[in-house]
Design a protein around this ligand. Sequence first.
Ligand SMILES: [Zn+2]
Ligand SMILES: [Zn+2]
Length: 106
Amino acid sequence: MRFCKKCGGLMVPKKSGGKNVLLCEMCGETEEADSSGYTLVRKVEEKAEVVVIENEPSTLPTTRAKCTKCGNDKAYWWMRQTRSADEPSTRFYRCTKCGNTWREYA
Ligand SMILES: [Zn+2]
Ligand SMILES: [Zn+2]
């Protein structure tokens, strides 16, 4: 995770002119992202998004998918389009029975 040198706010990865940069959401400060720092921030961000979506599962469609945890074959699912077009979109599943959440690359 990266923090802003100016204000101490959390830096989030953004695309700017084809380059990966880190942007401070507090003050707008940008910093060129080195590959290792970029990956680390991205991972944390994706994890947080899963948690947010989990709070409102009733609005999600369901599909037949096998839960590896409890063996249930029904799961909520949703897609998440990644920011860069060269990366595949990710499909998330959440077991309707035990709440186990997992992901699958399309
Ligand atoms: Zn800042
Ligand atoms: Zn389950």
